[in-house]
Design a protein around this ligand. Structure first.
Ligand code: FAD
Length: 321
């Protein structure tokens, strides 16, 4: 049976996040030929709506309210709850992002529905979609389905290909008025760290450093390589604990989970907790002085050597391409 599916689209710095397009592709599968509509919340998001239609949404609802300018759990909860009550979707898809991870379980619990989180793949089995998700820190995968009631799903960025962008696609964009009352959390100020502009969770290429970089300055050659490749810089917890970089760069079980096309691990030993966050990357290159380092067990290409020699050489070679 065809389903009506809601996608919560996310934007950052005035642009839609790629995971929103991936969520639309997932929603299309789940809908089985039914309707996919996207919801955009914020204080000024109207101009982004058409791009969601170009990526496959049948229509878009924009919920604009100054109280939604910055994400808060109760503000977005109230907005989504009003739209769900009105539209009665049968499935709701979020990105497995900080926002999606925070909001989806709360909504699902309050609506007494099931949630399948961190989905990396989906397939249709009769009327129901079967979702694949990693368990035991990525050592195994389980397949799950919910065959009754409203389904909540979060999808891991970079795993489900978005549909081809088609600018000739058209669809309805409607502004809905949302009442937000008694906010328990109010964001007074957002202080951003300096960043290279490439979002770590959605990056197609990541250059990551571990304790082997030895200092904050040791990250500079990695940043240079990342700049040439248009990559994001990440880190092991070892590097974060040693104060070589900020914890926002940490990848792993207690950091970010990433699935780039290319992951270059520099001076990272490959502890199980680090592998939990990156072992599903499509191609892994490891640079380590120790030929016995565990990172080589998951690497597609291994370079045994000093990262301070190898990384600048790679940067020079990639500059020529
Ligand atoms: P090390 O293990 O010290 O490895 C450094 C590597 O650099 C070595 O292999 C060495 O051979 C190599 N090296 C040194 N110098 C050079 C050089 N010049 N050139 C090339 N190679 C060189 N870790 C995470 O990363 N993410 C997590 O989310 C995470 N969560 C955790 C949660 C828990 C509950 C626990 C207990 C641990 C967690 N850890 C996590 C920590 C994890 O167990 C490891 O301690 C950590 O990943 C080690 O970081 P590292 O590989 O950078 O350092």
């Amino acid at each position: 049976m065809a389903k009506k599916v809601l996608v919560l689209a996310e934007s950052r710095d005035g642009a839609l996040r790629n995971v929103s397009f991936e969520a639309i592709a997932a929603a299309k599968e789940i809908s089985g030929g039914g309707e996919v509509f996207a919801v955009l919340c914020g204080d000024s998001v109207q101009s982004l709506a058409n791009e969601l239609i170009h990526y496959g949404a049948d229509r878009v609802l924009t919920a604009e309210n100054e109280k939604l300018a910055n994400y808060t759990t109760d503000g977005y909860y109230q907005a989504l709850k009003q739209i769900i009550d009105e539209e009665k979707p049968e499935a709701i898809v979020f990105g497995h992002t900080s926002l999606g991870k925070d909001l989806s379980p709360r909504l699902a619990a309050r609506l007494e529905s099931g949630l399948i989180s961190d989905v990396t793949g989906l397939e249709q089995a009769g009327e129901n979609t079967v979702f694949t998700r990693p368990v035991y820190s990525g050592k195994a995968f389980e397949k799950k389905l919910i065959n009754d009631g409203l389904i909540f799903v979060t999808i891991r960025p970079n795993n489900i290909a978005p549909l081809e962008k088609d600018e000739s696609r058209s669809g309805e964009v409607k502004s809905v008025s949302i009442e937000i009352k008694n906010l328990r959390t109010i964001v007074k100020e957002v202080v951003r760290k300096a960043s290279t502009g490439v979002d770590l969770s959605e990056a197609k290429i990541i250059v990551a450093g571990g304790r082997g970089v030895k200092s904050e300055d040791g990250f500079k050659p990695l940043q240079e390589l990342a700049d040439v490749l248009g990559a994001a810089v990440g880190a092991s917890r070892g590097a974060c604990d040693a104060d070589y970089c900020d914890y926002s760069l940490q990848i792993g079980q207690t950091g970010k989970v990433v699935t780039p096309d290319l992951y270059i691990a520099c001076g990272i030993s490959g502890a199980i907790q680090h592998l939990a966050g990156m072992s599903n990357s499509k191609v892994i290159v490891a640079i380590n002085k120790d030929p016995e380092a565990s990172i080589f067990s998951v690497a597609d290409y291994g370079i045994v050597g000093d990262l301070f020699e190898v990384v600048p050489l790679l940067t020079e070679e990639f500059k020529k391409v």
